[in-house]
Design a protein around this ligand. Structure first.
Ligand SMILES: [Zn+2]
Length: 226
């Protein structure tokens, strides 16, 4: 069983790397944000609740995040393991998660705040069909028009200058202490999130011992230890 987590500040490329890692190794990518979005789009009770937090500019409380993640993990559709996308993001999320599950490795994608601010302010989404070019391209071809339906691309409300600042502040105050906690368990590998997507993907796999070279190296060192 492979249980991994990819964490880092907003805009560091967590979802991209979690998606690539999950695809490469038959793992299930689990993102609380995706579950939130699904609930909002499908007008569920939970979706309405989450929408109220977003509208008032507040973060979704840990209790709701915990409940959503618990329910998701209990589906047990992850035969080969899972990749958590941006979770745990706070001390209480980490404590809650580690009560029931363990992690085999955590990747921390590091990108400087100034670069994140610039990256996030460039993010665009289609106002008509919801297409998100950033999920597919590191550098979208057009930052004005949706290539699927031709409608205008707009910046997301979560990426207004004030919102970006708030999200970065949340990361530093809430998530950085979690990284220290996970580091004490020797789980965290830091990677430079400014490198090209495919290079980071290779580094992630190597760091988690998922490449044949990494496996060979582990075998060699375990033989030497005998
Ligand atoms: Zn569109």
């Amino acid at each position: 069983m492979n249980k991994y987590s990819i964490i880092g500040p907003p805009g560091a490329g967590k979802s991209t790397q979690a998606t690539l890692l999950a695809k490469a190794h038959g793992l299930v990518r689990i993102s609380a944000g995706d579950i939130f979005r699904w609930n909002i789009e499908n007008h569920t009770k939970l979706g309405a609740k989450i929408q109220r937090y977003i509208d008032s500019g507040r973060l979704v409380p840990d209790a709701i995040v915990a409940e959503v993640m618990k329910t998701r993990l209990e589906q047990h559709d992850w035969n080969f393991g899972f990749v958590l996308d941006g979770y745990p993001a706070s001390q209480s999320q980490a404590e809650f998660f580690l009560e029931s599950y363990d992690l085999d490795g955590v990747i921390l994608l590091e990108v400087a705040d100034a670069l994140l601010t610039e990256r996030l302010s460039r993010f665009r989404i289609c106002e008509a069909c919801g297409f998100d070019p950033n999920l597919i391209y590191a550098q979208p071809r057009s930052d004005a028009v949706c290539e699927l339906c031709g409608a205008a691309l707009v910046s997301r409300s979560s990426e207004s200058p004030g919102a970006i600042e708030e999200r970065l502040r949340e990361f530093h105050t809430k998530t950085v202490p979690v990284i220290d906690l996970l580091r004490q368990r020797e789980l965290v590998v830091k990677l430079d999130g400014t490198k090209p997507t495919s290079e980071i993907h290779d580094l992630v796999r190597a760091a988690l011992g998922l490449t044949s070279e990494a496996m060979a190296q582990r075998l060699r060192s375990s033989l030497m230890a005998q």
